[in-house]
Design a protein around this ligand. Structure first.
Ligand code: NAD
Ligand code: MG
Ligand code: MG
Ligand code: MG
Ligand code: MG
Length: 345
């Protein structure tokens, strides 16, 4: 089975828990990923300290869950493994506060490679620098672990000071449940560049532009905003769910033959081969040569002027008004989701 993958995929039998058993892990941050990693590690028998700001609203929550909480500098000084799970944009500042707690042979570990790859954090040479990143939001990392399962994850070694960086990463991945599903080996560079490209060109950037333009085209042609919203935005979820479950063919098999023929013949009118590829290559170039990273880092250093302006414009788009009103008609759905969550917990 594993032979059919193009890259190495590690499973439970490839991990050796002795690499983490005697270690103390400082989990910095208690948000989406932080709470899941801390609780899963703790239940796997690993000694965990959560690192939070003194005024953090999560402090009591983590303590109530049976975890020890300290400020990041104290947690890191005591730990052998420091896991950075604060937002990527605040990691450089948090790193400055914990840097002195990194002793020779410790591990500095990430769940996303941005700050290492673009040089915003420069760890000393005598520590392991690794990545263990679940390919899933934190609540699923936690929920699957509780069921005895796990979500797939990534591991990468940026700096192997101890000679055991990979084994230690795999042991961590096992302790949070990821090796139960499968852990794919990658590099910091590949993880960062594919992540940024995917979210910009396809997932967040590409998809929103496509939906807004579809909506505007229908409304400009005189159709009602409500119909335009349903056809160009609301139904996106149905299609994406089908693709998530069964791939492109699963989706094509589920929609009508008319939708399939129309989609297969007309899609490329819109996502034009030559134009779209050129745009995508430009996105990738700016990710690879660091231009995007420089722009975003400088935004963050200057109180985010463009970000705020773009966000305000998006908020003002008519599709948000119409969508907000129509989504209220689906209020029962939110209740069902809440009921379902209740059942799983
Ligand atoms: P989050 O925003 O959900 O949580 C961040 C946590 O950090 C919060 O508990 C917050 O209170 C705390 N925090 C913020 N500023 C702090 C500071 N100055 N000092 C100490 N604590 C501070 O973040 P997240 O989504 O869990 O992301 C954490 C990391 O995981 C990021 O590197 C992200 O790229 C990566 N990641 C996230 C996901 C995901 O689905 N959320 C998936 C894979 C990887
Ligand atoms: Mg230490
Ligand atoms: Mg991503
Ligand atoms: Mg990302
Ligand atoms: Mg239709």
């Amino acid at each position: 089975m594993a032979d059919e993958f193009t890259t190495t995929v590690y499973r439970d039998e490839d991990a050796d828990s002795s690499y983490i058993e005697s270690e103390t892990v400082a989990v910095l941050g208690y948000g989406s990923q932080g709470h899941a990693h801390a609780l899963n590690l703790h239940e796997s028998g690993v000694d965990v300290i959560v690192g939070l700001r003194e005024n953090s609203s999560s402090w009591d929550e983590a303590e109530d869950a049976g975890l020890r909480v300290e400020t990041p500098d104290v947690a890191a000084a005591e730990a052998d493994v420091v896991k950075m799970l604060v937002p990527d944009t605040v990691q450089p500042a948090v790193y400055e506060a914990i840097e002195d707690g990194l002793d020779a042979g410790d591990t500095l570990q990430f769940a996303h490679g941005f700050n290492i790859h673009y040089g915003q954090i420069r760890p000393p040479e005598d520590v392991d620098v690794t990545m263990v990143a679940p390919k899933s939001p934190g609540h699923l990392v936690r929920r699957t672990y509780e069921r005895g399962e796990g979500v797939p994850g990534l591991i990468a070694v940026y700096q192997d000071a101890t000679g055991d960086a990979k084994e230690r990463s795999l042991a961590y991945a096992q302790a949070i449940g990821c090796t139960r599903a499968g852990v794919v080996e990658t590099t910091f560079q590949e993880e960062v560049e594919t992540d940024l490209f995917g979210e910009q060109a396809v997932l967040c950037g590409g998809v929103t532009e496509l939906m807004k333009m579809g909506y505007e085209t229908l409304v400009d042609a005189g159709y009602s905003p409500e119909m335009a919203y349903f056809e160009c935005m609301n139904e996106m979820k149905l299609i994406v769910d089908l693709i998530y479950e069964g791939g492109l063919m699963g989706m094509w098999n589920s929609v009508s033959d008319t939708a399939e023929y129309g989609g297969l013949t007309r899609g490329e009118y819109v996502v034009d081969e030559e134009y779209a590829r050129e745009g995508m290559e430009q996105v990738l170039d700016e990710v690879q040569d660091g231009e995007f990273a420089r722009e975003w880092i400088s935004e963050n250093q200057t109180n985010r002027p463009s970000y705020k302006q773009l966000r305000a414009a998006e908020e003002d788009h008519e599709i948000e008004d119409v969508g907000g009103r129509l989504r209220d008609l689906f209020a029962w759905e939110a209740q069902e989701d809440a009921d379902e969550k209740e059942q799983v917990q």
